[in-house]
Design a protein around this ligand. Structure first.
Ligand code: S3P
Length: 423
């Protein structure tokens, strides 16, 4: 896919539904009693993998363009799957569903694509085993995972990483434990599980970096309207900031404070972004974002800010490459274990375009302001790398060519069309 440079971006956009919230709506709807109806569900490949796994576990799920409807089976109503559960490319599916399956009275096998088979699963195997779960991975603790029946005990888990996937996995297993389960993280990660499970009727509490859950709740089906995904909005936020003479209004973006780090980082870089029409949808803060072209400056992105913008770091690095001054991204070693090693994929592709950037073990340093030029971008089948470099192409001399550009369908099937509309 060739991305031509843009002279200006103008218009309004509705971003597809939030990926994290869409996954959770299916999972929690499946183990609740009664119907769960979900509007603005993200029809990306990852969320479709979650639907397909729960169908295999005996849950009826209707999927129409207007809504999805999940006919919940209750906490103890899932049935064994005859085939293995294929999570495709989705880390959220495999890690969260493992927590649910650890509490079932039957065996399951989970597997996924080549990227999933490389991603670390010890981070969920260790706490689930501590709870008593019967769970094995491959030799190096990766997928495929085999999970068999075992009685689970409540634990207090101190997680070495700030990861909502780990936290959610342990809390979901906690639904099936014999006493309270809690997780403490180094920094607070996204809290959609805590918010949504408590709307379904679970007893969940959060204090500082600790979240706790009580076992055996009665969960009741809910109506969920999924906010637009700030991780998908981030590409258009960056594009409107970087392309001169641009003004873009992005509607209905989820701005949960555990997810809105990209807005805080952009503000530190002197971006002009206005939050309009702030309100709450299905317990999640939402607003419209008015973004206008800005002269960006470098910033230091670190510490507790990192988990709140972890998926936006590739596009943030692109913003930094066009900003004046130096941007330092640190405390972000988690980037190495995403869909690709995002320190490598960002740094090598930016270097190909002529940027002054060096990799570090936990991030990168970008000396911005050098003009970028045309290059062929290999996204390593990582949707977020493809979209971040499409944004880079809008501002590079000669644009960019993105190989395997269709990998964006993991989280944003209509990405290139939406970009065309704004040109
Ligand atoms: C997600 C959590 C994040 C994020 C991923 C989605 C979730 O992963 O990178 O895209 O839905 O819980 P970690 O929690 O492992 O950082």
């Amino acid at each position: 896919m060739f991305i031509e440079p843009a002279r200006s971006l103008k218009g309004e956009l509705h971003i597809p539904g939030d990926k994290s919230i869409s996954h959770r709506s299916v999972m929690f709807g499946a183990i609740a009693n009664g119907r769960t109806e979900v509007t603005h569900f993200l029809q990306g490949a990852d969320c479709l993998s979650t639907i397909s796994c729960f169908r295999r576990l005996g849950v009826e799920i209707e999927n129409t363009p207007e809504r999805i409807c999940i006919h919940g089976k209750g906490l103890h109503g899932l049935r064994p799957s005859k085939e293995l559960l294929d999570v495709g490319n989705s880390g959220t599916t495999i890690r969260l569903i493992s927590g649910i399956l650890a509490g079932q009275p039957f065996a399951s096998v989970l597997d996924g694509d080549a990227s999933i088979r490389r991603r670390p699963m010890k981070r969920i195997i260790a706490p689930l085993r501590e709870m008593g779960a019967n769970l094995t991975g491959s030799e190096n603790n990766c997928a495929p995972l085999k999970i068999d029946h075992a009685a689970l005990h409540g634990i207090h888990y101190i997680s070495p990483v700030a990861s909502a996937q780990v936290k959610s996995c342990v809390l979901l297993a906690g639904l099936y434990a014999d006493s309270q389960t809690s997780v403490t993280e180094p920094y607070v990660s996204r809290n959609h599980t805590e918010l949504m499970l408590s709307a379904f009727g679970a007893q969940v509490s959060s204090q500082g970096t600790t979240a706790a859950i009580c076992p055996e709740p009665v969960l009741s089906g809910q109506n969920i309207d999924v906010p637009g995904d700030i991780s998908s909005a981030a590409y258009f936020i960056a594009a409107a900031l970087l392309v001169p003479n641009s003004e873009v209004l992005i509607h209905n973006v989820g701005v949960n404070p555990t997810r809105d780090g990209i807005l805080r980082a952009a503000q530190a870089m002197h971006a002009k972004i206005t939050r309009l029409n702030e309100h709450t949808v299905s317990g999640e803060p939402v607003c419209d974002l008015l973004v206008t072209s800005s002269n960006l400056t470098g910033a230091v992105i670190e510490g507790g800010l990192i988990p709140t913008l972890i998926d936006e770091i590739p596009v943030l690095a692109v913003m930094a490459a066009f900003a004046n001054g130096t941007t330092v991204i640190r405390d972000a070693a988690e980037l190495k274990v995403k869909e690709s090693n995002r320190i490598d994929t960002v740094v090598t592709n930016l270097q190909k375009m002529g940027a002054d950037v060096t990799a570090a073990d936990d991030g990168m340093v970008i000396h911005g302001g050098k003009p970028l030029h045309n290059a062929v971008i290999d996204p390593h089948a990582d949707h977020r790398i493809a979209m971040a470099f499409a944004v880079a192409g809008l501002c590079a001399e000669g644009g960019v060519e993105i190989e395997n550009a269709e990998c964006v369908s993991i989280s944003y099937p209509g990405f290139y069309q939406d970009l065309r509309v704004l040109r």
